[in-house]
Ligand binder design. Structure first.
Ligand code: GLP
Length: 271
């Protein structure tokens, strides 16, 4: 691959540094446009971003009253009121912690009765909001973004998917047992995710290194749904040294970042 076509990759010391960097970028967007539309991820990874945004709201009077947010995914058939549901996770970690208006935050509807239409309606809601300005992403060990498991169409829209066995094992830490992890999910499609105006993918820890390298530097393939980020014109990958450890061009990324050599024409919001 030509280096010029690689994503912007920023290698940070730890998740706290990533949280500060990404929260700065989001805060700049919100200051420029108070009605910014965020795409928010669940999982352990974006926690420092949300905590840092909350700090800026409380201590720096960042006004998020008009910010809107769309979550990436939800389990199917899990009561939204249960603490493990992404409705609950987003309410606790995003809506309440940051202080967003609950009316401005949406999560895909994972109820079985509505599953055949919920995806189309969700995508229509994103379009009606004017599209997502910045989409936060984590990455699973299967290479998934959202819950788009290997084999997902790179043009997919929000829809029901079957979770990979490895994902159910990984997410069993949030449940009483792996058997309690739902078999199905509803997730923004890869095509939906790629319509966001900016992508920020975060990953920390050695267990993410293989998936990060495959997504950033591997071939574009539905075997690694995260590799679809290579199709996006404005994507930033923020990783710690552990998650960066399989990246062939790590030294190049450090060189670019340390010397401010990224050539994105609209990098006025760079921290
Ligand atoms: C989860 C979520 C994804 C998340 C990924 C990584 O199951 N569905 O949106 O990005 O898998 O999770 P974690 O951040 O906990 O490692």
């Amino acid at each position: 691959m030509k280096k010029d076509t690689l994503a912007e990759v920023i290698i940070v010391p730890d998740a706290a540094a990533a949280g500060a960097l990404v929260a700065s970028r989001i805060a700049a967007l919100i200051v420029a446009n108070p009605a910014t539309v965020l795409g928010v991820a669940t999982g352990s990874t974006p926690g420092t971003v949300y905590a840092e945004l909350a700090r800026r709201v409380q201590r720096e009077s960042l006004d998020v009253s008009r910010v809107r947010a769309f979550a990436l995914d939800e389990y199917v058939g899990l009561d939204a009121a249960k603490p493990e549901s992404y409705h609950s996770v987003i309410r606790r970690e995003v809506t309440e912690q940051i202080g967003l208006d609950p009316a401005n935050v949406r999560v895909p509807d994972g109820s079985i009765e509505r599953i055949m239409t919920a995806g189309t309606e969700y995508d229509a809601g994103i379009v009606a909001a004017g599209g997502i300005d910045l989409q936060l992403l984590g990455i699973g060990r299967t290479g998934h973004i959202g819950f788009n498991e290997p084999g997902s169409s790179l043009a997919s829209r929000t829809r029901i998917k079957t979770l990979a066995p490895l994902t159910r094992i990984d997410n069993s830490r949030f449940f009483a047992s792996v058997e309690d992890v739902p078999l199905h999910c509803i997730t923004q499609g890869i095509g939906t995710i790629l319509e966001a105006r900016q992508l920020v993918l975060l990953a920390f820890g050695p267990e993410k290194a293989e998936a990060v390298a495959a997504a950033v530097e591997g071939p574009l393939t539905s075997r690694v749904p995260g590799s679809a980020i290579q199709l996006h014109p404005r994507v930033t990958v923020v990783v710690d040294e552990f998650a960066a450890s399989w990246l062939e061009y790590a030294d190049y990324y450090r060189h670019c970042w340390q010397n401010k050599l990224y050539r994105c024409p609209d990098r006025r919001d760079a921290p």
